[in-house]
Design a protein around this ligand. Structure first.
Ligand code: SAM
Length: 210
């Protein structure tokens, strides 16, 4: 392991175990949690009135590309009534996610799969922070990213290959994605015949199915 690689990282107020096999959870990803709590009719900030619940009382949620498990585990902690599943193509990432699930006492089934290929459930909501970095972006500080696994960062087709494939194969009523804001317009355009946009917040996009 690289000498300076952190062994833990805070995400939504919890300390997650990490290793060089997973992306270091980012603060911008925390807004995904706020968006989903809002859909579940839960207040996500003191003083913010919760919206009416649109998700079922016991929603089935799938986190695709779970990495350290930070999204899936946080959702299970914040919404214990939800049935939360998580998947990743990386066996090594799943083993870190399992350690975090044990640490936080969250019973989550983990599935090793390319996107939805081996997933046999019908979630109400799919959430995915998939790799979306385009290696050719000239503003990238590649040096600062080189410790993290490229499998967790980079995607073909201007960073959109995996996001597009997920949109093609997903069938959930709600879809929550993270991408760089410069990619949002292209994603909204790509999804428009199947999913329409309800909201963007920071790096996150919330879609619902027509
Ligand atoms: C940007 S990281 C996100 C990790 C975590 N969800 C987070 O928000 O910190 C993307 C994750 O997607 C996984 N991944 C990459 N290609 C994938 C694929 N084809 N199918 C499923 N997961 C994939 C990577 O292994 C990595 O864990």
């Amino acid at each position: 392991m690289s000498e300076n690689y952190p062994t833990s990282q805070d995400f939504y107020g919890r300390d997650f175990i990490i290793s060089k096999d997973v992306l270091i959870p980012r603060p911008e990803t925390e807004q995904i949690i706020d968006i989903i709590l809002n859909l579940a009719g839960k207040a996500y900030l003191p003083g913010v009135k919760p919206s009416p619940r649109v998700l079922p009382e016991k929603p089935v949620i799938l986190d695709v590309g779970t990495g350290s498990g930070c999204i899936a585990i946080t959702l299970k902690k914040e919404l214990p009534e939800a049935e939360v599943y998580a998947s990743d193509i990386s066996e090594k990432a799943i083993s870190i996610a399992k350690k975090n699930a044990a640490k936080f006492g969250t019973p989550i089934p983990f599935i090793i799969s390319h996107l939805l290929e081996k997933v046999n459930i019908s979630p109400d909501l799919i959430v995915a922070n998939l790799p979306y970095v385009d290696e050719s972006w000239d503003w990238l500080d590649k040096k600062s990213l080189e410790k993290e696994p490229s499998l967790a960062l980079y995607a073909e087709d201007h960073g959109l290959a995996l996001i597009k494939e997920l949109i093609d194969t997903a069938n959930s009523k709600y879809l929550v994605l993270e991408a760089d804001p410069c990619q949002h317009e292209a994603i909204i355009d790509y999804a428009h015949e199947k999913y329409h946009l309800l909201e963007t917040r920071g790096f996150c996009l919330l879609f619902t199915k027509y």
